[in-house]
Design a protein around this ligand. Structure first.
Ligand code: PEP
Ligand code: MN
Length: 266
């Protein structure tokens, strides 16, 4: 498998202190402007580097909340103006990319259900030509390293300069401890092939349950991941999506302060 792609550190695409892991946090879904603002104000105090929220939600079954879509983009602009942190959203189509960039979204991510489909990824890649913002690529839902690499290559070949990978676990028919199997060996292999590729762990979608978030985050830190994406909601039990896995900002503060982070050498 070819491994001659040259990646830049995400710190050159997003301004943050790269001596510590990049922390991306926010609710699974943007539910209202007030929710986004109040969450962002709480997270701003925790040394969170980037806010996140889904506005186009790929739900497994129909008749679930599928996100507010473009209606939520002005909310994001308001939040950015007030708290001054960069904002990341999931995009899945060229239209999403156009709308998100028009409204000042700083970081785009490709979700696990898009990475799984090369036609979809290529369409996204074509729409990303010339785009300057960082693009994070979640692993495909199924445990196939080549598909993840293929998605990274498509986005890289489109000329996107700041690319990162997000490990969010892999679905399995067999019910295990976690909602998605971490299969740590797959991201380890990815990092071995592409040592410079920034790798972020999403313990929320691996866990499916908030009590596992700390241990999974610590494991990612022990493996020298470059960052974490953690879902945080002011009232997790009443979240409109992924209720069981979200943590309050108060709990997130505890998790972040208790994590043992390897100090960079050299
Ligand atoms: C999300 O981040 O809320 C999401 C839908 O993630 P994934 O693509 O990992 O399922
Ligand atoms: Mn989610």
């Amino acid at each position: 498998m070819s491994a001659n792609l040259q990646f830049k550190p995400l710190s050159s695409g997003i301004k943050y202190d790269d001596q510590k892991p990049l922390i991306i946090a926010g609710p699974c879904s943007a539910e209202s402007e007030e929710q986004l603002l109040n969450t962002a104000r709480a997270l701003k105090n925790l040394n969170v580097d980037v806010l996140r929220a889904g506005i186009w939600k790929p739900r497994t079954r129909p008749n679930s909340f599928e996100g507010h879509g473009i209606k939520a983009l002005p909310w994001i602009q308001t939040v950015k103006k007030e708290v001054g942190l960069p904002f990341a959203v999931e995009i899945a189509t060229p239209q999403h990319i156009e709308e998100a960039l028009k409204h000042g979204v700083d970081i785009l991510w490709i979700g696990a259900r898009s990475t799984v489909n090369p036609f979809n990824v290529q369409e996204i890649a074509d729409a990303l030509r010339g785009v300057k913002v960082p693009v994070l690529i979640k692993n495909p839902i199924n445990p196939e390293l080549a598909l993840w690499i293929g998605a990274i290559e498509r986005i890289y070949n489109a000329g996107v300069e700041h690319i990162g990978a997000i490990h969010r676990g892999f679905s399995s028919f067999q019910k295990g401890k976690y909602r998605n199997e971490p299969l740590w060996q797959i991201p380890i292999e990815l990092k071995t092939l592409f040592p410079d590729l920034p790798l972020i762990c999403d313990p929320s979608h691996i866990a499916g349950k908030r009590s596992f978030i700390y241990d999974l985050s610590q494991k990612a830190m022990d493996l020298n991941y470059d960052g974490l994406m953690i879902e945080s909601h002011l009232d997790p039990d009443n979240a409109w999506s992924d209720a069981a896995q979200q943590v309050t900002p108060v709990r997130l503060a505890e998790i972040l302060s208790e994590l043992k982070i390897r100090q960079a050498t050299s």
